[in-house]
Ligand binder design. Structure first.
Ligand SMILES: [Zn+2]
Length: 363
C-alpha cells in the first residue's frame, strides 16, 4: 500500500526535475535523474560519519622518509587500516621508485607537504615571495598529481604554519583542506576559514608531545568517541630505535597504540580514514542533496553534488545514508553495504551515481 503523495512532496518532485533537467548539460557526467510524478519520495539523512561510527581518526605521518613509510606500511597493513603520509618532495623524490612500489599495497596515501619543507609563516622571507610560495604549493601539487596519477585535494603545512599569501594560493588552487599543527580536535563539519578547526587550519595531537605515553594517546581516541569529533594524529618518523628526529615514535609504541585503534575500529566506535577520505566524506556531506523514491518495484537513491567545482571523479567517497521506507517493505540486499532495521534502511551511496534496489515481493 502506497502513501498518498502530499502537496509538499509534489513540489519537491517538480523542483528536482527542474534542477536535473538544467544540470543535464554537464559533459561526461551521466547524472540526469528525474523522479517520476507518481513515485513516492522518501525522507533521507546523511550520517555524520561513514558507517555511523562515533568519531573519525586520521593518522598523518609527516615528511616522507622512505624507511618510515615501510614501517608504517607494515604496522597499518597488518591491521588492515590505512594512513596518510605527508611528503615533502625533496624527501620523497630520492626513493621515488621504492615509494611507487610501496603505494601499490594501498595502505599509505601520499599527499603534499610542499617541495622543500620551508617554513611559510607570516614573518618569513618567503611569505612575501609569490613565486616561491607557488613553487612550494602549486608546483608540488602538480608533481604529486603527475607522479601518482591522482587529484590532490589536501595540503599539510611544513612547520605547521601558513602565511596569508600562501592561504590565498591554496584557496585559488583547489585545495579542500589544510592541516596545520595547532593542538586540538576538529569538528565533524569544519567551517570554511583559517581559524583553528576550520578547513584551512585543521588541528592535531602530536604523537610524542611532552608527557605523551600510551594511555594519553589512547585517551585521545576515547575523547574523540565521547565528544564525536575528528581526531588527527600527527606522527613523524616511526623507527625501530630512536633516530633523534622530531617526535620519532618507536615501532613497538606505535603498534600498541594501533592495537587500541584497531579494536575501536572493529567495534565501529571510530572510522579510521586517510586525510583524503575524511575530507572527501565531509565535503561531500556538506555539498550534496540526496533523493530517494519508490516506483513500482524498485527503490532509487541518488546523491547529487551541488557545488560546481566538485568533480565526480574526485569526490567519489561513499556516503552512509539513512532512508525511511514504508512499514512492511523489504529491500533485497544486493550488497553487503545495505542494512535494514524495520522501516529504516542504511546504505552507502557514491555521489552522482544512481543506486537501484529491488523491493522484495514487488510484482
Ligand atoms: Zn614536516
Amino acid at each position: 500500500m502506497r502513501k498518498i503523495v502530499t502537496i509538499a512532496r509534489i513540489n519537491l518532485i517538480a523542483l528536482v526535475i527542474i534542477c536535473f533537467g538544467g544540470c543535464g548539460k554537464d559533459k561526461g557526467n551521466n547524472d540526469i535523474f528525474t523522479i517520476p510524478q507518481t513515485a513516492e519520495v522518501l525522507d533521507t539523512s546523511i550520517s555524520e560519519i561513514y558507517g555511523d561510527a562515533d568519531a573519525i581518526v586520521t593518522i598523518i605521518s609527516d615528511d616522507g622518509f622512505y624507511q618510515t613509510a615501510e614501517n608504517l606500511d607494515k604496522i597499518f597493513g597488518e591491521r588492515e587500516l590505512k594512513c596518510t603520509v605527508a611528503g615533502a618532495i625533496k624527501f620523497v623524490e630520492p626513493d621515488l621508485e621504492s615509494w611507487e612500489q610501496l603505494l601499490e599495497n594501498d595502505t599509505i596515501d601520499l599527499v603534499s607537504h610542499s617541495y622543500n619543507h620551508i617554513k611559510m609563516a607570516t614573518d618569513t622571507e618567503i611569505s612575501k615571495d609569490e613565486n616561491a610560495l607557488k613553487h612550494e604549493i602549486v608546483d608540488a601539487d602538480q608533481w604529486y598529481e603527475e607522479k601518482l596519477g591522482k587529484k590532490q585535494i589536501v595540503f599539510v603545512c611544513p612547520e605547521n604554519t601558513m602565511c596569508d599569501l600562501g592561504y590565498k594560493i591554496l584557496e585559488e588552487n583547489d585545495f579542500w583542506a589544510v592541516r596545520r599543527g595547532n593542538r586540538g580536535y576538529n569538528p565533524l563539519s569544519p567551517k570554511d576559514g583559517t581559524n583553528e578547526g576550520d578547513w584551512m587550519n585543521l588541528m592535531v595531537q602530536g604523537i610524542q608531545d611532552e608527557g605523551t605515553d600510551l594511555s594519553v594517546r589512547n585517551g585521545w581516541v576515547d575523547t574523540a568517541i565521547s565528544d564525536n569529533v575528528w581526531l588527527i594524529e600527527m606522527w613523524h618518523n616511526v623507527m625501530l630505535e630512536d633516530d633523534g628526529g622530531y617526535q620519532t615514535i618507536l615501532i613497538s609504541d606505535a603498534e600498541k597504540h594501533m592495537d587500541y585503534i584497531k579494536e575501536k575500529s572493529d567495534n565501529n566506535d571510530i572510522w579510521v580514514a586517510t586525510f583524503d577520505e575524511a575530507v572527501k566524506y565531509i565535503r561531500e556531506k556538506q555539498n550534496i542533496n540526496v533523493y530517494a523514491y519508490i516506483d513500482d518495484s524498485d527503490l532509487h537513491v541518488y546523491g547529487k553534488l551541488n557545488k560546481k567545482n566538485m568533480s565526480s571523479s574526485t569526490f567519489n567517497q561513499p556516503l552512509t545514508v539513512h532512508i525511511t521506507i514504508p512499514d512492511d517493505m523489504n529491500i533485497e540486499k544486493s550488497g553487503n553495504s545495505i542494512r535494514q532495521d524495520g522501516n529504516e534502511l542504511v546504505i552507502n551511496i557514491i555521489p552522482n551515481e544512481e543506486l537501484v534496489m529491488k523491493i522484495r515481493g514487488a510484482e
